[in-house]
Design a protein around this ligand. Sequence first.
Ligand code: CP
Length: 308
Amino acid sequence: MLKGKSLLEPMDFTVDELESIFALADRIIASPADYMHKCEGKLLATLFYEPSTRTRFSFEAAMLRLGGQVIGFSEPNSSSVAKGESIADTTRTVACYCDIAVMRHPKEGAPRVAANSTSMPVINAGDGGHQHPTQTLTDLLTIRRKKGYIGDMTVGLCGDLKFGRTVHSLIKALSRYEGIKFVLISPDELKIPDYVRKGVLIKNNIPFVEVTDIKEALGGLDVLYMTRVQRERFFNEEDYIRLKDCYILDAEKMKLAKEDMMVLHPLPRVNEIAVEVDDDPRALYFEQAKNGMYVRMALIMSLLGIEG
Ligand code: CP
């Protein structure tokens, strides 16, 4: 069903296709040894034009745990990108050697340019402030495993909603599930962009409110998705310094939340979640990071057309 497709944004897959990936991830988690030879003879390329820990490592770990192999770069200046090679030419060349590629790039749309230049599946591992669909797979799998299904919940998204690609992708993906309400918590300067507010929320009649005070919102949330204020997306250091610590979730604030509220964060975090919250059973962000590897195993298998 998904064989040969690329994943550039969450809407590229139907809800049923996503469900097939989550069900496969569940099977892999239950019995990883059954999957350790599934991708033998297959090669994954990791093309990272921007720093990453979780996304790159989890993709590499995913392919290696499936018995496949990985080549790539995490520093584009070590490749012919430094000589001015285009994204299209780099991708066409990589497709001569590899079966599937993962690309992170600071420019919005770069993975689409890559996908348009080849028949090899290309996975968007984050493009600028735009989309991060495999983080969304990670987020949805974590919610699904905790709650049993995806839907009927109030989701608070807090922090940098303007440049936060994980937030944009998650809102798009959740907009297709029943009973979702959003509470968008940000300073005025970092509010959700119009292409998400109008193009997704208003267009699809999804209930949402925009607030600035996290304490006001906490008691009504089933999921709190914290995000980092991203220094690398600001043009002005003064604005970053003024806004970077606008929300800090700590043990005191967690007292205001429901006993079963899920705290998610795509990570990396800086100050927005105090380390003391890590021991709270509602803090799921490291479990979420681990789920990222399993869901990427399921995604690689699905795009390569490998039964599981
Ligand atoms: N969540 C995420 O994309 O983390 P990295 O930037 O470390 O890959």
